[in-house]
Design a protein around this ligand. Sequence first.
Ligand code: SF4
Length: 262
Amino acid sequence: MDVFDRIIEVTKPIAKGYILNLFGEPTFHPRFSDLLEKTRGFSTWLSSHLNYEEGRAHKLAMWDHLRIICSIDTLDAFEYPNYRVGGDYVNVLRNLDILANGACDVFPQFLVPSVDIDREPYIQFARQHGIPEENVILKVKLENFRLDPTSAPSPGKCHSPYMGLYFNCDGYLVPCCNNVNSALHMAHISQINSVVELYAGGKGEAVRKALAVDKNCFDSCGRCDGMRYWDTEFVDDLRAVQIVFTRLLKSDRTKIPQAGSE
Ligand code: SF4
């Protein structure tokens, strides 16, 4: 908990929100409610598979800063055990309804072969559970994705550490949400005492620059396609710039004096 407290303390001045994914089911952390209390006031995201008793779902449902990505995985109850060994689809749907009726926001996520598939059945599912259709997440299912070293790395660059701040469970600042090895540990939270040191401390600068030139300097990155700013954040940033300019133009127009008004 000390590590978590310190991460919150150092990042709070610049945080837009927090994502609490702990390599596994995050809600099984024995002090998960304490973690949520500490991020109160910030949008706090997590992914959950919903395979647990309904009491846990009720406890989660009360937090209004919580955004839960619910891993429903499939629309087909008979297929579900292929996605979640030992999972119980009936319990999953019961817990989904508890969350959807609570104070938190719910985002049902499905694993699909391609993002181009027909969204309609998934939207129908969301409607049946009282969830806004825009909250549906379709994610391409990756087969046997691992970060082991490979002799055939996928080529490319990665801008992930320029786009967010990530800490692993041991308190190391890392470039992304993957379980990367120690070559990509940029600094430990115990060595970081300010926002400036979040970006300039330890090996951070060297790792960011190396990934931006060739991600395959690092064994952990070989099988990963990397995150490129130009493919992801840039599109949103461009939209934001367009919105600001459109608003500026509209407000300027209102300042033009009307003919004959003087
Ligand atoms: S290439 Fe993949 S594993 Fe490597 S830093 Fe980027 S997102 Fe993480």
